[in-house]
Design a binder for this molecule. Structure first.
Ligand code: APR
Ligand code: ZN
Ligand code: ZN
Length: 233
């Protein structure tokens, strides 16, 4: 996916708008009727010619408009994973991969029910992440990161909502400072709450919790993960 040209990624998800709306570009804050406020070099690092028009672009699904060259600058500044996110409404185009370090996610079914979910079995997810070096998307690129408490075991009810949550793809962990231990440069949970206890609730991260599935689905939505991108890989 990283081999795609940035201009092609932009043009896959944005069309040239017919005429410039009387609004400001959300990225450069200049009027859409003016050219992009970004100094975009006409060639990229590889020496390839920039083929993107200096025009107002319109996202194909949400319809928000901004300078195409501003969107290109924002894309080039990120992880360049082939996906775009509308800066106005956060709609995601393509597959956002997040900043999760490399590792393994295994999913198992358990017949035993969770407290509060007597009607179905349980999905058990096991995350294994080995230590590694931080990439450009992490707080201290080039520095190592540690991994405490792995493998981590998580539990979800095996119903429609629970299965939806199970396909969260690389948004679960990131590298940062642990708020529990204060340790910097380590792998930490990334704002999507997991249940790490099955039949008890000693940590507060267990069952029963009647609102858990709805809460975690809205945490995912705030990271831009909605039904649309929750297809099994
Ligand atoms: N289970 C699930 N979520 C947790 C847990 C836990 N045991 N402890 C903390 N969280 C939540 C916090 O409520 C917060 O929202 O994860 C988020 C990030 O907290 P950090 O302390 O920064 O995360 P991390 O260092 O990754 O986790 C602390 O969780 O699973 C255990 O073994 C792990 O002991 C470690 C603990
Ligand atoms: Zn702009
Ligand atoms: Zn939008």
């Amino acid at each position: 996916a990283s081999a795609q040209r940035p201009e092609d990624v932009i043009q896959r998800y944005m069309q040239v708008a017919a005429g410039a709306p009387d609004e400001d570009c959300i990225i450069c804050m200049d009027q859409l009727s003016n050219p992009s406020g970004y100094e975009t070099p006409s060639t990229d690092e590889g020496g390839a010619q920039n083929t993107l028009p200096d025009a107002v672009g319109k996202f194909i699904k949400c319809g928000h408009t901004l300078h195409m060259l501003c969107m290109l600058a924002m894309y080039n500044n990120g992880t360049k994973d082939g996906s775009l996110q509308c800066p106005s409404c956060k709609t995601i185009y393509g597959e956002k991969t997040g900043t999760q370090p490399k590792g393994k996610m295994e999913i198992y079914s358990i017949a035993q029910s969770l407290p509060g979910h007597p009607d179905c079995g349980t999905i058990q997810i096991i995350y294994s992440i080995p230590p590694g070096l931080q990439g450009p998307e992490h707080p201290n690129p080039g520095q190592p990161y540690s991994c405490r408490g792995f493998p981590r075991f998580c539990f979800l009810p095996d119903n429609d909502k629970g299965r939806k949550v199970a396909w969260m793809r690389r948004l679960i962990f990131t590298v940062g400072t642990s708020s529990t231990t204060g340790e910097p440069d380590t792998v930490v949970w990334n704002g999507v709450h997991h249940k790490t206890e099955m039949m008890s609730n000693l940590s507060g991260h267990g069952y029963p919790d009647p609102n858990y599935l709805d809460n975690v689905l809205s945490e995912l939505a705030s990271q831009g993960v909605t039904d649309d991108c929750l297809k099994p890989p």
